[in-house]
Design a binder for this molecule. Structure first.
Ligand code: GDD
Ligand code: MG
Length: 365
């Protein structure tokens, strides 16, 4: 029975302030947590158990969250309190939870990928005939510098792996997609109880020994670790559901594609969409305009307000005649008073109350 380790102990610093109050894996993507999208795909490939490699900070969030587990048993493996183990250390830490007779998956938590896990598993089995210890999914992107970059031989062996190369130095556009199949011999390559970067310390060693292989796939792949990419994946999925009918709401102009979760209510003369995702129990007043935005559950947006190109956290209260512009991000439980204008790129920390307009991009903490 193939198992999967999900690396879920990162701090999600690039997703602040939304990630101050939830780990990346619980971010809703068109109203379904990323974890659930991932578990659904793993279940389809026959995975029955996922080991959540968490930090002391992320564990309680994941445990409390109601996620449909799709028949997959979740086991937790924690990093030590004061010592985050990086991207390699947690794999070693989970060694006793993994069978030594079977290959296993390792996944980064913040990836949305349309990949057939059974195919990469098969590819790895073939690579094992050539002594492979790891096969990593590779995806072609236009700007590879933000990622781990791989150079392949004709046999799909990785002959060079560079984590986050300097601008202009990436040898190819093939990047590490954050999905690996590993042979249990990998445990010999990771020291116990230490912070280890699999990308910077383990992969280069495997490259030298000619034991690292790549599996190139195309199709949809996004690392949601940056806010604009988070909005982008919501948009892409909304487009793919565009033909599904959202329910009509009397007096409201709905411009597709949009997604409304249960309990959403919208007042008359409001214009919602295109590309608006409204979470559970979101309440929208009259004459409100929302487009290109994701609104998390429980938030209230009052009459005559507008939200365009923003991410609004959970249980936020937005007053009347408020204007929220592109690239704004409001943390959970923020309150915005009537008539406030937030121009482009303003982010507001969870729980803050905003009394006055903010007319230059900045973080309010
Ligand atoms: N348990 C645990 N402990 N998990 C961690 C820790 C830690 O100390 N640090 C990071 N992680 C997890 C994160 O939660 C995430 O799932 C994964 O390890 C990768 O960390 P990121 O912080 O998201 O790394 P990245 O996005 O900069 O780069 C990684 O992903 C790219 C693809 O999106 C690398 O693997 C790149 O090579 C890759 O291209
Ligand atoms: Mg990432």
């Amino acid at each position: 029975m193939v198992k999967a380790i999900i690396l879920a102990g990162g701090f999600g610093t690039r997703l602040r302030p939304t990630s101050c109050t939830r780990p990346k894996i619980l971010f809703p993507i068109v109203n379904k947590p990323l974890l659930q999208w991932t578990l659904e795909k793993l279940a389809k490939s026959g995975v029955k158990e996922a080991i959540m490699a968490v930090s002391y900070r992320t564990e309680p969030f994941i445990k409390q969250f109601e996620v449909s587990k799709c028949g997959i048993k979740l086991t937790y493996s924690r990093d030590p309190l004061k010592n985050p183990l990086g991207t390699g250390g947690p794999i070693k830490k989970a060694e006793n939870l993994i069978s030594h007779d079977e290959n296993f998956f390792v996944l980064n938590e913040d990836i949305f990928a349309d990949i057939d896990y059974t195919k990469i598993l098969k590819a790895h089995e073939q690579n094992e005939e050539k002594d492979a210890i790891a096969t990593i999914a590779l995806h072609e992107v236009r700007k590879p510098e933000r990622y781990g970059v791989a150079e392949l031989t004709r046999e799909n062996r990785i002959k060079r792996f560079i984590e986050k190369p300097l601008p202009g130095t990436a040898p190819t556009n093939l990047i590490n997609a954050g999905i690996y199949v590993l042979t249990p011999r990998i445990f010999d390559y990771i020291p116990k109880g230490q912070t280890v970067s699999i990308e910077r310390e383990v992969f280069p060693k495997l490259v030298k020994e000619e034991k690292l292989y790549g599996y190139v796939f195309d199709g949809l792949w996004i690392d949601i670790g940056k806010l604009e990419d988070y909005l982008k994946i919501n948009k892409i999925l909304l487009d793919s559901f565009a033909n599904q009918c959202e329910r009509e709401i009397v007096g409201v102009e709905v411009k597709k594609p949009v997604a409304f979760d249960e309990g959403v209510s919208i007042g008359e003369k409001s214009v919602i969409g295109p590309y608006a995702v409204l979470g559970r129990n979101v309440t929208v007043g009259e004459n409100v305009r929302i487009q290109n935005s994701v609104i998390f559950p429980g938030t209230v947006i009052s009459d005559f307000s507008s939200v365009d190109g923003a991410i609004i956290g959970e249980n936020v209260a937005i007053g009347k005649c408020v204007k929220i512009g592109e690239g704004c991000v409001l943390g959970d439980h923020v309150k915005v008073r009537d008539n406030v204008v937030l121009v482009k790129g303003v982010s507001i920390c969870p729980g803050k109350e905003v009394f006055e307009s903010v007319l230059t991009p900045k973080n309010i903490i």
